[in-house]
Design a protein around this ligand. Structure first.
Ligand code: HEM
Length: 123
């Protein structure tokens, strides 16, 4: 299985479930909660869902709606140190566990999220 096969394997439903499980943990998290827009968590959820969907073989909605990702730049307003990176990764790992995708899918997604998260450290 390659990255392009993931969308075919888990579909829109799989990504929706994963990102929902991630965001369900955000408001109550002492590090991440205050960083996210409390009045637009649904919008944030949609943005974080569309991005990996485009990357893993699904429709390019993220780019259509938001343009070039420039993720490091878009994260500059937030102070992301190693602790924040590790917390983000822990919440996503928990969401992946909850989602119970096939092992190959979980591995591809986990490696991707971990790598991008490390790249987002800006402090
Ligand atoms: C390392 C820890 C991270 C922190 C603390 C963090 C925090 C945030 C925050 C506070 C936002 C603004 C929410 C919004 O209104 O959209 C955001 C946006 C976003 N994040 Fe992260 N993030 C992290 C890692 C990641 C990773 C690993 C990815 C993808 C693999 C990612 C993808 C995105 C995307 C796609 C957006 C929306 C950007 C936009 O279109 O405006 N983030 N992030």
């Amino acid at each position: 299985m390659t990255e392009e096969d993931v969308y075919g394997a888990i579909g829109e439903e799989g990504f929706t479930r994963l990102i929902h499980a991630f965001y369900a943990q955000v408001p109550g998290d002492p590090i991440l909660g205050p960083m996210y827009p409390q009045d637009d968590l649904a919008g944030a959820e949609e943005r974080l869902r569309d991005f990996p969907i485009g990357r893993f073989g699904g429709p390019q909605r993220y780019i259509e709606r938001r343009g070039h990702p420039r993720l490091r730049m878009r994260h500059m307003p937030f102070a992301i140190d190693e602790a924040a990176r590790n917390r983000w990764v822990r919440l996503m790992d928990r969401a992946l566990e909850e989602a119970r995708f096939p092992d190959e899918v979980t591995t591809l997604l986990r490696e991707f999220f971990h790598g991008v998260a490390t790249f987002m450290i800006n402090k």
